[in-house]
Ligand binder design. Sequence first.
Ligand code: PLP
Length: 386
Amino acid sequence: MIYLDLAATTPVRREVIEAMWPYLTSEFGNPSSQHELGFGSAQALVDARRTVARLLGTRESRVVFTSGGTEADNLAVKGIGLANPRGRHVITSAIEHPAVIESCRYLQRFHGFRVTALGVDSQGLVDLAALADALTEDTTLVSVMYANNEVGTVQPIEQVVALAGSHGVPVHTDAVQAAASFALNLTELGVDALSISGHKLGAPKGVGVLATSMRVELEPTIHGGGQEGELRSGTENVAGAVALATALEYSRREHTAGTDGVDPLAAWRERTMDFIGRVLAAVPDAVLTGHPTNRLPGHASFCFPGTSGESVLLGLGESGIACSSGSACVAGKDDPSPVLLAMGFQPEVAQTAVRFTFGIATTVQELGQVADAVAATVSSLRSRFR
Ligand code: PLP
């Protein structure tokens, strides 16, 4: 099978399994236990937190391990919103992951917040003028994703931070998709909160991180025994934390130029552009969704008018190719993607979306094979639909 659905989830890296294995077997202690097995687990957690803090550019005390990206987003939006509500106004974008959108809605429904959802242009870039207009000294938080999961567009976060900063408003960015491609650093970006998820990076499902700056406080969303500095109660997922730290470290290493001087990220980006070009050339009327250049490497998303995304997926599946019809997180829903609708696509076109997401190791040959299969599948479906 050619797996082009890495934005949905990634296989666990061998090195990650090796690193986490002891904490599932011989070193299985509860980090709160006052005996040798407990101390070993507690130390593993300290080490994992130190690694994540170093890689994400914050203090160890500002790294909260969560059950994944969804919980990290919930903790960021609700946690910052409730700890320092100011004028109860959150600003987000119309193309956020449901984990952010629904957390904003929660603040609206149960805590009287006003929510501004910024529009985006046809390439998925957030409307910065609307952000400037919406910001006031009373705004609690701006939450804008680093890169979109469905269309791959990378947002101008530095500009978002500059605008929000001029009103003293903290910024959260959902970097769940971006963390696999970019060496993101909280301090360098100037953001106050950043979410990542292990299973998009080569760690298992069920572990994530919310990293914050020293400037924001968090109100916990899960209460109990006070683990994770009182910010996220529950017995810690030690193996998961070790896995996430290891996966983040390996993905950073993978992006660094080797002794041959080849920049792996640039090569990955080039393969992506080449694949996009091949699909657009091979399929008449295919539309690239998202920004043509400001997009995640390894992310190519299209609409194929005159088909349905679902049938293209099934057709490609028969050729041994795994991809997705937009976002796996809202899988099972047949509605056209709210992201594409916000970008101005007509519902009948939005329903034809297909997303290919591939890694740094996917070869030109594999991508060529996929482009040929896409052309054949779309052409056969169009002749059937006519
Ligand atoms: N945010 C974005 C942008 C995502 O793409 C996803 C999952 O696909 C999430 C959040 C949720 O992460 P998790 O699956 O770890 O809960």
